[in-house]
Design a protein around this ligand. Structure first.
Ligand SMILES: [Zn+2]
Length: 290
């Protein structure tokens, strides 16, 4: 499943190719891939033809292409979705689902999705509930991610103090902050020497700032290592994860020595997934919220 850095790699890769281009023709090869578009495949295509894509934007793992009015094409990458800019004469990918041709260009945008959990839809844009940033309807209730210009650590800290929960649950709660997945939460908490069950009610704004700073660093690091595909027309959401895994400090390192103190890292069940931590650097806090 692509995480925020992979989605940002896709966003950057696409932005310079599609921004300012006018859609000439849309071909839906698999109706299932536009099933979230309630008007159906014909309506999806009709809404897009003649419209100009003005950019590529992202919040957390939401990715969308704003059009020259109040709509956007929202892309759900799902498990295996890819958005590729390809020369029009390039042969079709085996799992090509939607083709978007541009009027003034020899290239086309292709949505390729092997497992078909992803899809495209046209959605209306409007202000979110947090900052007023204009986002697709489905993202209006999703809080800003730490890489967004509108992200405000004071707003997050105030929201955390109102909750009675543990910090990792809060980091994974998209109504508080988006884009921080399980791996990034564990890495940020290890760097901040914090246990995942630490109660959010006692966090200072400075502590939240430190923790979010670590999460941002880890995501920027992943982003930098995913940058190898930037120069390619082929933007691959799965392209660089293996390289990044080798630079993780705690996630996936059960029984291996903590890189700070040498104590073996432990893995504990957490929200149907796992949490990795150092038992010395990240002690169980008083008033823990499991
Ligand atoms: Zn340690």
């Amino acid at each position: 499943v692509p995480e925020l850095p992979e989605v940002e790699v896709v966003r950057r890769g696409l932005a310079r190719w599609v921004a300012g281009r006018t859609i000439d023709n849309v071909e839906v090869l698999l109706p299932r891939s536009v099933r979230r578009h309630l008007g159906g495949p014909v309506d999806f295509a009709d809404l897009l033809v003649g419209r100009t894509v003005t950019g590529v934007e992202r919040r957390g793992k939401f990715l969308w292409l704003p059009l020259d009015d109040d709509d956007a094409v929202l892309a759900h990458l799902g498990m295996s979705g890819q958005l590729l800019m390809q020369p029009s004469d390039e042969s079709d990918e085996k799992h090509l689902r939607v083709r978007i041709r541009f009027a003034d260009d020899g290239r086309e945008l292709r949505f390729v999705d092997q497992r078909t959990f992803g899809g495209l839809q046209v959605q209306t844009l409007g202000p979110d509930l947090f900052t007023g940033r204009v986002v697709p309807e489905s993202a209006a209730h999703i809080a800003p991610d730490p890489l967004e210009a509108v992200f405000d650590v004071r707003r997050l800290a105030a929201a955390l103090r109102r909750r009675r929960t543990g910090i990792k649950r809060a980091l994974l709660d998209q109504s508080l902050v988006s884009g921080i997945g399980n791996i990034y939460a564990d890495e940020a908490l290890w760097r901040a020497r914090m246990h995942y069950a630490r109660p959010t009610s006692a966090f200072t704004t400075a502590q939240v700032g430190t923790l979010i700073g670590h999460a941002t660093d880890v995501m920027q690091q992943a982003l930098a290592q995913g940058g190898t595909s930037f120069d390619s027309l082929y933007v691959d959401v799965n392209g660089s994860s293996g390289y990044f895994e080798r630079s993780l400090e705690v996630y996936g390192r059960e029984d291996e020595p903590c890189r700070r103190c040498g104590r073996p890292i432990v893995r504990e069940p957490f929200m149907n997934r796992s949490s990795f931590r150092c038992p010395t650097c990240q002690r169980v806090p008083r008033g823990a919220h499991w």
